[in-house]
Ligand binder design. Structure first.
Ligand code: HEM
Length: 399
């Protein structure tokens, strides 16, 4: 555990709803059939054997600009692989651009329907919860900040939204959907980052690892997204039947697998995911110079767009979903009137919105506008044009 005492980590876990008692077991033990307890065999020792050497040679050979141009028109899952790619790159895509045999189409269809039914909450939670949480996951914050994309957070946030947007679409995994392509592009970008960041003197000066984005790191990020959202939906008492829960988990299992994480390391149940999250995510959350800068950029970015609320309200909403501790780390200025409003009216608003209470909160309109604006932010950024705008970087952030 880095900068937090165990007690502090537990209280933060309670605040985030990511509780679990981290006993003396190794962090990755007992999750999935492969426990990886022995040093050198767990997911923190797994990167991407298929994509990493390929991307190292694509970058060193100067092929990336041509790949970026060629794959711009590769969007739908059933699009043919684009022409104009280096032969080895095409061979790689042919090998990985497919659904795993264990993917369950019925569950994925249900997940898509669930995503559509609950999209506003999902956008709020991914955007203002997971998005800001990523800035207090030190490895993620440092790699995002020092990679090329860190220099333009608006663009990066837009590309990242594409992932969530494509995942949330009806038919995302079907031939006419786009998610399999988006996930494959992301996997390749991560492989490029593994080759590039170790060449950044800035990243090397702050990193506690020699190669970024291990399978363990990807699982940590999955918990900040899927597991976090799952827990919040339950905590907020949003109707969320067991079949939806299972379907939502399954869509994330497939997504994480498409990002290159071996099946045996992917949690099988939400209980397993929550237990793993309590061991590997909650205790590592801590501020960093890079994370504080990224959070300010992200929140400044959303404040530029009229969300119908003040920056103080936005800060308090983030504090509400992520805890005051995280809000203090990030220096989010307090607005006690907004805090009181969020904490009292938001739960009532959800009950009303879900048809569970006939009492309409007086500030219903404001909350409604707020979630619509966040959803639009997500949708506009996520669907700008018809192509998936993910591009492979060729360098790092200069400084
Ligand atoms: C790029 C999603 C895990 C660091 C991307 C992109 C997406 C994405 C969609 C492409 C968009 C862009 O270029 O910005 C995800 C998802 C993850 C995950 C869904 C796990 C479930 C991680 C982890 C790290 C990381 C664990 C680091 C610890 C980065 C970096 C880039 C990137 C540095 C490149 C940004 C650039 O272009 O410079 N990720 N990611 N990601 N990701 Fe991830």
């Amino acid at each position: 555990m880095e900068n937090l005492s165990r007690r502090k980590a537990l209280s933060l876990g309670v605040a985030l709803g990511l509780v679990g008692v981290a006993g003396p077991v190794p962090a990755w033990a007992s999750t999935g059939p492969a426990n990886g307890a022995a040093a050198g065999t767990g997911p923190e020792w797994i990167w991407d054997d298929a994509a990493d050497p390929l991307m190292a040679s694509m970058i060193d050979g100067g092929h990336v600009p041509a790949i970026n141009t060629a794959w711009a028109s590769w969007v739908d899952n059933n699009d043919p692989l684009p022409s104009g790619l280096p032969t080895e790159f095409t061979a790689y895509l042919r090998q990985v651009n497919r659904m795993p045999s264990w993917a369950d189409p019925a569950k994925l269809a249900r997940a898509a329907d669930f995503n559509r039914r609950k999209d506003t909450y999902l956008f709020m939670l991914y955007g203002l919860g997971s998005g800001i949480m990523s800035t207090v996951i030190p490895r993620e914050a440092k790699s995002v900040y020092w990679s090329a994309g860190g220099a333009d957070m608006q663009d990066r946030a837009a590309k990242t939204f594409t992932f969530g947007y494509d995942l949330s679409q009806r038919g995302a995994f079907e031939p006419t959907g786009q998610f399999v392509v988006t996930a494959n592009k992301t996997r390749v970008v991560h492989a490029a980052v593994r080759h590039l960041l170790p060449q950044s003197p800035h990243w090397k000066a702050v990193a506690d690892e020699t190669i970024p984005i291990s399978a363990a790191d990807i699982l940590v990020t999955f918990h900040s997204l899927g597991t976090f959202v799952h827990r919040k939906l339950l905590d907020w008492r949003i109707p969320y039947p067991a079949a939806d829960q299972e379907a939502f988990l399954h869509s994330w299992q497939v997504a994480v697998h498409l990002l290159g994480v071996p099946y045996e390391h992917i949690p099988r149940t939400w209980a397993e995911a929550e237990a793993q999250s309590a061991r590997v995510l909650t205790p590592i959350l801590t501020p960093s110079t890079e994370g504080i800068a990224l959070a300010e950029e992200l929140l400044g970015l959303t404040a530029q767009i009229d969300l119908g609320v003040t920056r103080g309200f936005l800060n308090e909403f983030v504090r509400y979903v992520l805890s005051d501790e995280v809000g203090d780390w990030l220096g989010l200025r307090r607005d006690y009137a907004a805090a009181a409003l969020v904490r009292t009216v938001w739960p009532a608003f959800i009950l009303f919105r879900e048809g569970l209470s006939p009492v309409m909160p007086g500030t219903f309109y404001m909350f409604d506008q707020f979630i619509r604006a966040v959803a639009m932010l997500f949708l506009n950024k996520g669907s700008s044009g018809t192509t998936t705008p993910i591009t492979i970087p060729t360098g790092n952030r200069p400084g």
